[in-house]
Design a binder for this molecule. Structure first.
Ligand code: CP
Ligand code: NVA
Length: 307
């Protein structure tokens, strides 16, 4: 079982700025080894349980491939093919699963569910997306920013779209790592600073998405309708019509601004094809980096700092 103090990754604020500095440096090394086909097997005989209560492509592939590449193995569970979907209490599932594996990754609905699981877990728990947060994605996004442009400290990130799990996590990261988020959402879909748990200062709110993008170093967006909110789809399509990242918004940003999207994307809705498929977009690096940052994260949660 684990050799270091039990540490979960349930939201971005669960690690310190120093821990992030370590993780970003470690990710670069792990990525370099991967590209050189160099073996890196610190997690031999360790097992990751992945629990999905919502769909996934990137999170599934990156955690599963990542764990095998670290020398470990994985167990994949979904609501439909386990007792999780048949009302076994989350506390009981946590007690049982965490006696059999070394690490658990969960994608679910309410943050309260993953917190309850973690409370009863003997092993580290990682948030693979909840309604409130998506910390592994922002970890990858910031690593990607650093790879392309250097430190994100002091920079401006424009968030155009829904005040959702991604937006909340960007706000948490901004407060922790010292950058600013310019947020523009349609009315009725604003961010809730209480959910992000942040004070005003690391973010500013703009009615007009063009203004949010003005002078930004990074422009980013996400789907208009997140998983779990499908019943609101038609209403959201109307409300979000002006929150589509287009070439004009990218022109309002800095000349060397990057564009990111956690994917999956809907071209013609939250982003125009010419932006996501254009020269400022780094979405494929961003997706790939999920693999590398999560390998560093899993290694860190199980083994601590590696010299
Ligand atoms: N970005 C992201 O988490 O993608 P998936 O939903 O495919 O895992
Ligand atoms: N905000 C989106 C992100 C998907 C990766 C959702 O929660 O569905």
């Amino acid at each position: 079982m684990t050799t270091t103090q039990l540490k979960h990754y349930l939201q971005f604020t669960d690690l310190t700025a120093d821990e992030y500095a370590y993780l970003f440096a470690r990710t670069a090394l792990i990525k370099q080894k991967f590209k050189a086909y160099e073996k890196h097997h610190p997690l031999v005989d360790r097992t990751l349980a992945m629990i999905f209560e919502k769909a996934s492509t990137r999170t599934r592939v990156s955690f599963e491939a990542g764990m095998y590449q670290l020398g470990g193995s994985v167990v994949h569970l979904t609501t439909g093919d386990s007792q999780l979907g048949r009302a076994e209490p989350i506390e009981d599932s946590a007690r049982v699963i965490s006696r059999m594996v070394d690490l658990v990754m969960i994608r679910t609905f309410g943050q309260d569910k993953i917190e309850r699981f973690a409370e009863y877990s003997r092993v580290p728990v990682i948030n693979g997306l909840t309604n409130e947060y998506h910390p592994c994605q922002i970890l990858a996004d910031i690593f990607t920013y650093i790879e392309h442009r250097g430190s994100i400290t002091g920079k401006v990130v424009a968030w155009v779209g829904d005040g959702n799990n991604m937006a909340n996590t960007w706000l948490q990261a901004a407060e922790l790592l010292g950058f600013t988020v310019h947020v523009s959402t349609p009315s009725g879909y604003e961010i809730d600073p209480a959910v992000a748990g942040v004070k005003r200062g690391s973010y500013q709110v703009f009615k007009d998405p063009m203004q949010a993008c003005a002078g930004a170093d990074l422009v980013t967006t996400d789907v208009w309708t997140s998983m779990g909110f499908e019943a609101e789809n038609e209403a959201r399509k109307k409300a979000f019509a002006d929150w589509c990242v287009d070439a004009d918004m990218m022109r309002a940003a800095k000349a060397d601004a990057l564009f990111m999207h956690c994917l999956p994307a809907h071209r013609g809705e939250e982003v125009e094809a010419e932006v996501i498929d254009g020269p400022q977009s780094v979405v494929w690096d961003e997706a790939e980096n999920r693999l590398h940052v999560q390998k560093a994260l899993m290694e860190y949660l199980l083994l601590g700092i590696q010299k």
